[in-house]
Design a protein. Sequence first.
Length: 303
Amino acid sequence: MRVRATGPAGRLVRIGGRAVHVLGTEPPDGVPGGTPTVVFESGLAAPVQAWTWVREAVTPHARTVSYERAGTGFSGRAPGPRAVPRLAAELGEVLDALAVTGPVVLVGHSFGGLVTRCFAGRYPHRVAGLVLVDALHPEELRRSATQRRGMAWLEQSLQLSALRALLRLGRREIADQFTELPETAARQARERMHVPGVWRTAAAELVAWKNADPADLTGGPFPAHSTLGVVISGESLRNDAAHRKLQDELCALAPDPVVTLVRDASHFGLVLEREHGRTVADTINTVLATANVPDGEGEHVAR
């Protein structure tokens, strides 16, 4: 099956000699100055379109930024290992290139939750809020037998997808992906799924996480001034007894988190399905409305 080329949905920004695919919106009219920018960090191999429903419900309230990590989608590859701290540093480079100088609300799904949490620990002054969407816990592989088995399968699956893409196989399977999204977004999301490098990059990110010391993944303590939101898939809780404990620990990062349990949502359905995406957006908007932002003297004040 031939994949019709349409090109990147956003724009390509040059950072360190490579292209980064960014899809963003400007602050809407009437939004108060100083409102944090909402930045979306995707899971493994996920294109920017994965956030379509969520972003649509957040854009009336804030400027938004979605991007594809190095080697994913239309973004060029970056040298060096794909360790989480490096990915967090590259997120900072993206924000600098886009002149996002104020505090942000970071939203991380799945593996992207590791990146956003690490960024918040390393650069606390840049983070007003963090929303973890069925995010991975730094100790997930050590403490969940279900996740260990699942990650072993996922690593093999990613490597196989890279091989199938190299051999130009699996186009029909690609056509069946992202069907929950609007037609145009789904077509754009599929466009780079047939590129071997996308799958190799995802496998490299996974292996780097698997071999990492969990203590190196947090980047530091969760910023005391930041607002925390946690969205949990009910299906994930049912499939893994350890997941609830790990999610409870993520909730405990802040004293008064905004916690949302979506009982009938799957791990990927949280962002890909319209109804659940709107629920995720509600959590983001709540965090956005209550986020602490620095005043002119560097202190943090509640919005």
